[in-house]
Design a protein around this ligand. Structure first.
Ligand code: WQD
Length: 342
């Protein structure tokens, strides 16, 4: 029998790509989203890629009774939880908004899962939980550090909430995937990242500068102790990242977990500097980018990249796409968006 996977925040950037890969792998997918930080573009794109409508439930996971109702009405074999606020800077200015939303929604899901007698829960975590560590690359056993922002704290706290729930409630199993820097878009250019207002993240800022929406890209800091002075990151293709979720869900549903709570890094294992990324973007897409150096951005770690060995050995997952392929999809997506607005 087909298994059903609930994807909270399924209309967002990561959620929409994961939905496509789950559906292609043969799962029934229930998308739920409150559209607080996105419109229907990605949902429509998902349906266009798959050539069929997927069920979409407009709902807010902070409403406990709505979450209970959802679990009462549907048989849910696994949940992937993306629905959360994610702007690092805003979380510093509005910490309570972040704690209320990101923690409440996850607790509501876990309580509903528990009252159903258990569930498989995949939590979308982040490399932000590692902070800046001297020992690179980071493995899953690298100690976590106090986060730089309330947003980062909600990731650490939700990991702990999941770990403790799995320990206490029989039938609840969990996996936390720690993403490095997800970038790019679906090769169809029908789904991708849709930042509201001025983008905080590097690649959307690059593509918006290239298309002329932004005048100039600021490279935050050129005096870091790295080979070219700019920060080092592990940029992971969004479709590769989405496929890691399919592997993790299959592991949970097939009873292959070695412990009831597991953690995996989802990265390439290759560090790339901000400058190297800009150069690769210009080269693969044949565009010249207007950029300048600017002061360091508060809260940025100097360098972080994954040791993805555990994901490879245990999930059978590995990043496959080159950064050039990924940056070509990011540019195709930006051009697609521009064509929509004309
Ligand atoms: C990457 C590098 C910037 C913009 C954040 C969150 C993380 C995760 C992904 C999201 C840094 C530099 C950026 C610009 C620049 N969560 N940069 N000019 O900060 O590594 O990770 O996003 O939901 O939890 O912390 O990603 O893309 O913002 O920055 O020079 O205009 O690019 O300084 O070195 P980051 P990023």
């Amino acid at each position: 029998m087909k298994k059903t996977v609930l994807v909270s925040g399924g209309a967002g950037f990561i959620g929409s790509h994961v939905t496509v890969e789950l559906a292609r792998a043969g799962y029934d997918v229930l998308i739920a989203d409150n559209f607080s930080n996105c419109d229907e573009t990605n949902y429509k794109g998902v349906c266009a890629i798959l050539g069929r409508e997927l069920p979409m439930i407009p709902m807010d996971f902070c409403h406990k009774s709505a979450v209970e109702d959802l679990f009462d009405r549907h048989h849910i074999d696994a949940v992937i939880h993306f629905a959360a606020f994610k702007a690092v800077g805003e979380s510093v200015a509005e910490p309570l908004k972040y704690y209320r939303n990101n923690l409440t929604s996850f607790i509501n899901i876990l309580e509903a899962a528990r009252s159903q007698g258990g569930c498989n829960v995949l939590f979308s975590s982040s490399a932000t939980v590692y902070g800046q560590t001297d020992k690179l690359p980071v493995t899953e056993d690298t100690p976590r550090q106090p986060a730089e922002s309330p947003y980062g704290n909600t990731k650490t706290m939700c990991e702990d909430i999941l770990r403790d729930s799995v320990k206490a409630y029989p039938g609840v199993r969990g996996i936390a995937l720690r993403y490095f820097n997800p970038i790019g878009a679906h090769p169809s250019a029908l789904i991708g990242e849709l930042p509201r207002g001025v983008p905080n993240n590097l690649v959307p800022f690059i593509t918006q500068t290239a298309i002329g929406k932004r005048e100039c890209l600021s490279v935050f800091g050129n005096d870091y102790p790295t080979p070219d002075g700019t920060c080092l990151r592990d940029f992971i293709d969004i479709v590769d990242l989405a496929k890691a979720h399919v592997c993790a869900v299959a592991r949970m549903l097939d009873g292959r977990m070695k412990q009831d709570y597991e953690i995996f890094n989802v990265g390439t294992g290759r560090p790339l500097s901000v400058l190297e990324l800009i150069t690769a973007f210009e080269k693969v897409n044949g565009v010249k980018l207007n950029w300048k150096y600017a002061p360091r951005r508060p809260g940025d770690v100097v360098a972080i990249w994954a040791d993805p060995t555990r994901a490879e050995q245990e999930l059978g997952w590995k990043a496959e796409r080159s950064v050039e392929q990924t940056l070509a999809t990011a540019w195709a997506w930006e051009k697609h968006l521009a064509s929509l607005s004309f």
